[in-house]
Design a protein around this ligand. Sequence first.
Ligand code: SF4
Ligand code: SF4
Length: 267
Amino acid sequence: MKYQDGIEPKKYKADSRFNFACHKGKECYTHCCSDLNMILTPYDIVRMKNRLGLTSDQFLAIYTKPEMLARTQLPVVTLKMLDDDNKSCPFLTQQGCTIYEDRPVTCRYYPLGMASFREQEIEPTGEDFFFMVREAHCLGHEADKEWTVSEWRKDQGVELYDEINRGWMEFMLRKKSFAFQMELSEQSRSMFFMVSSNVDKLKRLIFESTFLDKFDIEKDVLEKIKTDEAALLKFGFDWLQSALFGADKVKMRDEVLKAYNEKAVEK
Ligand code: SF4
Ligand code: SF4
């Protein structure tokens, strides 16, 4: 059966079942690695730039293209395909993916997709669900091997990615729910872009500016985010949700908050 965009019109949940198998030597091996419009998640970028030994700035300049999500007007980056006949992924070789252990979460999920990546399908309830991509070139669907969505996620190592990207997903969900009441300023969009795509810059903001004079961060959290980029990302999204949506996650120092309030009253 053919579906529009190759997407089966059915919601998959954690216990939904499907048949699939993918391995080297399959006739279609690597046919799925070209001409992709793949949004990179914050943790994808961290894993890939570290794998390649690049700074965030270098990785973004060489491997990504900026894009604005139409519905939420949030800036993201997509993986830049090569300028060859097939528009191949830059990490594709005849032997397969050269960054396989650090491949993006979209590659891990395939042939499943996460609904949160299709803006029109972000559930207002925040409930996770998935969709199935059935493309003619992919022979993996013909296999006898059966999976539940949970088993597939575990096998492909996506649980860790989803846990670390949770704040990013939540931010997009909140923005979507507020979309018609709330326009983010240019500065807020830049903050979102920095946390989503540039941990090096976020780290400099926290440790090399007046950030710590303004925010009250526990010592053990500070120690952790100094060396652990996954923890830094999670902290970054807690900070964004506090700064932009008033979430009670990262608190301003009492004296700074008092001074802000006094200034606001004077105005
Ligand atoms: S990152 Fe690897 S798995 Fe993903 S599209 Fe590129 S070559 Fe394929
Ligand atoms: S089975 Fe599908 S996912 Fe696996 S290599 Fe073939 S086209 Fe790609």
